[in-house]
Design a protein around this ligand. Structure first.
Ligand SMILES: C[S@@+](CC[C@H](N)C(=O)[O-])C[C@H]1O[C@@H](n2cnc3c(N)ncnc32)[C@H](O)[C@@H]1O
Length: 285
């Protein structure tokens, strides 16, 4: 495995992005829990991409790989492919490498640390690009879309996965505080990330892609839920709590504190998981 990037001192992983107050470990844990809880949808999505790719996929690029959900998932679905994970965060890429070793695919996984806001790294042409929940972090995503187009071979596929918000877990009326707590938290948090919930179809076309398909996955998981669900709910709501802090209505803050204290989400039996993921499948003509 390789990591070609040399980054200077004082590199701040969170600079202006929506990680809020969370440290890398907590953020990585949250996105790993996302993959664990939503694995059925992800397996279906990787399978769909495999079908659409027509079996010519030798090189894959994961843009904003985070801890490697896409990189490792695609490594499983495309056993012949070499995959490069690009991310701003060195600790995230460290996790990708650890997982690759644990899964016995380290020889096919490369990592490249790069701040895509600063420029596009030099990369070999690829057959498939995956960007999940990463484009909304970028300062100039349209420029990056053009760079992605330039890195894809003609006929190559680009899968953009985006979300309008993190999942909802709680019943609307908790019997505690004012109903609609989660909606209010998500609405406030959404203001920090204007590209959350954006329509990527027109942007992809403007960059020169042909958009072949747009698929919306409406996920609604109900009990019995995997054990990780409580930990995922605890992580997401804690992130909202710390990111919003004094912007939250004091009553809502107090309610959230009560809900989260003592890892309170872990023992709840009334959780569900409601979220939407949209996938745009584009092709370089
Ligand atoms: C929400 S995470 C998604 C991770 C992963 N793709 C997934 O689906 O689990 C967004 C990732 O984008 C990365 N990122 C944000 N801004 C970036 C930038 N300017 N350059 C490179 N990566 C960036 C973050 O470090 C983070 O790992």
């Amino acid at each position: 495995m390789t990591d070609h990037h040399h980054h200077g001192p004082g590199h701040d992983h969170n600079h202006g992005h929506d990680h809020g107050q969370m440290d890398d470990d907590a953020f990585a844990e949250m996105i790993d829990l996302d993959a664990e809880v939503l694995h059925e949808y992800l397996t279906g999505l990787f399978g769909w991409l495999h079908e659409r790719s027509g079996g010519r996929t030798r090189r894959i690029l994961d843009v904003g790989s985070g801890s490697g959900t896409g990189t490792l998932g695609l490594a499983g679905r495309f056993p012949e492919a070499e995959i490069t994970a690009v991310d701003l965060s060195a600790p995230m890429l460290h996790r990708v490498r650890d997982k690759a070793r644990a899964l016995g695919v380290a020889d096919r996984i490369h990592t490249r640390q790069a701040d895509l806001d600063a420029g596009w790294p030099t990369l070999e042409p690829v057959d498939l690009v995956w960007a999940s929940a990463s484009l909304h972090h970028l300062a100039d995503p349209d420029r990056v879309l053009t760079d992605i187009l330039g890195t894809l071979r003609p006929g190559g596929l680009f899968a953009v996965v985006e979300l309008a918000s993190f999942p909802y877990f709680l019943p609307a009326d908790l019997g505690l505080g004012r109903p609609g707590l989660e909606e209010r938290c998500h609405a406030l948090a959404g203001r920090d990330v204007p590209l959350l919930g954006a329509d990527w179809g027109p942007r992809l076309r403007k960059a020169g892609f042909t958009v072949e398909a747009e698929r919306r996955f409406d996920i609604a998981l109900t009990p019995p839920l995997p054990e990780a669900t409580g930990r995922y709910a605890q992580a997401v709501l804690s992130r909202l709590r710390s990111g919003l802090d004094d912007r939250l209505d004091p009553d809502d803050r107090a309610t959230l504190d009560t809900l989260l204290s003592g890892d309170g989400m872990l023992s709840r039996t009334d959780l569900t998981v409601r979220t939407t993921r949209t996938v745009w499948l584009a092709v370089r003509p």
